[in-house]
Design a protein around this ligand. Structure first.
Ligand SMILES: [Zn+2]
Ligand SMILES: [Zn+2]
Length: 249
């Protein structure tokens, strides 16, 4: 884009950091200090389940590997919510760049053999309402950066009326994930990169991976922009406790 045009665009639509709202250059997605605070080091999570506190022994996993960009806690929540609510989608591009870098340099992922990059689907009516599926934004960007085919016509979401992040109990979450479906398609031997914005219990990724495997997929890598950290869980619990206490008093 011509420099002057970019300057004019930036005047009307300033490019802001999704976490702290600092002004950014047009090619930047997140400011340097926020990037530092949000990143989850490659050594700090389990590369099988994607959790900081490994959950491998507690649940049967259908995805084979996990790659994560950021931790999800009070540091990243504003950027993730900005992507979901106010259309500052910078976090999607920021995390896709990190994921692409990690996939390129992590020798055991063999991303070159990936057949499709697929987002965790969102119900169509909701996608129309919002204008985009945030998991789709991440997946599309990742596919572009890694030069891999993007497919959103394989998995679909049945409207359950409830969003996963609004459900508090593990049982509710597990039940809600039943609402994903897969089209009649053969994925015989296909290797898939499955993308989502937040990995919480992993039940959404797990259900989608289970469906992909049911059609013959041989390998599923779960790529998530963020993974909830135990720190955030504690925070969530204490906030819940406080609000319960408020209600009682
Ligand atoms: Zn910032
Ligand atoms: Zn694990």
């Amino acid at each position: 884009m011509h420099r002057n045009i970019r300057k004019i665009l930036n005047f009307f639509y300033p490019n802001l950091c999704p976490r702290c709202s600092a002004f950014l250059l047009s090619e930047e997605t997140v400011c340097e200090s926020c990037a530092e605070q949000m990143l989850l080091s490659q050594n700090d999570y389990c590369h099988a389940c994607g959790k900081v506190n490994c959950m491998c022994q507690y649940q049967k996993r259908f995805y084979d590997k996990a790659v994560i960009a950021c931790h999800y806690d009070s540091d990243t929540a504003p950027a993730v919510l900005a992507m979901k609510k106010s259309r500052n989608t910078n976090f999607a591009y920021f995390s896709a760049r990190i994921l692409a870098e990690r996939l390129r340099h992590g020798t055991y992922y063999e991303f070159q053999k990936t057949d499709y990059v697929i987002p965790v689907p969102m119900h169509l009516s909701k996608q129309k309402q919002r204008g985009y599926n945030q998991a789709g934004l991440i997946a599309k960007e990742l596919a572009l950066l890694l030069n891999l085919p993007y497919r959103e016509d394989i998995l679909y979401k049945i409207n359950s009326g409830q969003e996963q992040h609004t459900l508090t109990s593990a049982a509710e979450r597990a039940k809600n994930v039943e609402s994903f479906g897969i089209h009649e398609i053969s994925l015989d031997g296909r290797r898939i990169l499955l993308c989502d914005d937040v990995l919480t219990t992993g039940s959404t990724m797990n259900r989608c991976a289970e469906l992909l495997k049911s059609k013959g997929a041989s390998f599923v890598t779960a790529a998530a922009a963020s993974s909830t950290s135990p720190k955030y869980k504690e925070q969530e619990k204490s906030e819940q406790k406080e609000s319960e206490e408020e209600q009682i008093s």
